[in-house]
Design a protein around this ligand. Sequence first.
Ligand code: ZN
Length: 121
Amino acid sequence: MADFAVLYERLQEERERLATKLAQLRNANRPSSDKREGNPSGKKDEEASQVLEIERRIGMEKNLEDSLSEVEHALEKYRAGTYGSCDSCGQPIEPARLEALPRAGLCLKCKSSQSPNARGK
Ligand SMILES: [Zn+2]
């Protein structure tokens, strides 16, 4: 059986970790006006790879935001006393699933029926 107190600790740690990473990424994503302008050699390859790097970071930022909001949601559920219940059907989420992913908000059944290819209600 899942130990919710331990999972709560893990969620709080994860929130810290995600928030820190997100702050770092946002710093890095800011326009570099206040950074050193670096080599005036203007290497095209370098510029292209910087664009890719920025796109990669923006993608990472989006993922982190999603994860963070899931963690926040799980913490809210914990405080509301509904942690461990599926957001969709209200049934208990599989303990193994919570152990693997403490921020999980849906049971496996609802999660799999939520896939974009699932048929409508
Ligand atoms: Zn469910």
